[in-house]
Design a protein around this ligand. Sequence first.
Ligand SMILES: [Zn+2]
Length: 262
Amino acid sequence: MKTVYGKFTWPEIKAVDKDRVVLLPVGAMEDHGPHLPLDTDNLMVTRLAEAAAASIPDEVLLLPTIPFGFNEHHKDFPGVIYIQPETLMHFVVDVTRSLVHHGFRRILILNGHGSNHPVLDLAARKTVIETECLCVSVSYWNLIADTLRAERRSPTGGMAHAGELETSLYLYFDPQHVQLDQARAAVVHDDGSRYFCLDLAGGAKAMVMQWWSAQTADGTMGDPTVADAGRGKLFFEAAVEETVGLIQEIRQMRIHSRRDHH
Ligand SMILES: [Zn+2]
């Protein structure tokens, strides 16, 4: 059963079950401390999307990862490719509109980079308003917040960026590109704050995003020193299971029709 969108011919894609969920991964190209490569977010979200698609191949169609995201606040660090949020939103909606034009009705945007989250949420909402298809946006760490809280070794703030989670995942996927000897803990979360908390396991009541270079010396925000491949595997498998569950629910979800009460 084919699942990679680009491997279909046009007569095949014309004939394919239009209730399959089209999976669109979106990442970023940016600094991840001195110990992880620029492609960290792309690697995480692509591996996750591929694994989810492989486990239910007849229920999914997998698009290529959009490799650039909204991260201008990172640009003081060399290597960052930053896309304006409006551009990213319009680009994503152009992709989803194309899919709907060809008859697809169920789309999941799978996010691998923190600051893409609000942009992709808007893209999904805009798609629904414009097309009345089901378009969902999710950031993969939100799917496994319970697992992160149960299994973490770092304190709150230890898995914000290039910290325990991403370093563990990279060690699991591709350890030869992790320079663990360069990794330093940089837990900048202020435990005294009632409102602010930059951590992928959640907990923030309010959000402010200052320039990245104003908050961390080497780009790390978290504790990569407690990362290991074993928990990378555990986090990854939990994320695959949850992504598959979400896809299956989207596939079954009823698409309600509008009723204009004018
Ligand atoms: Zn990242």
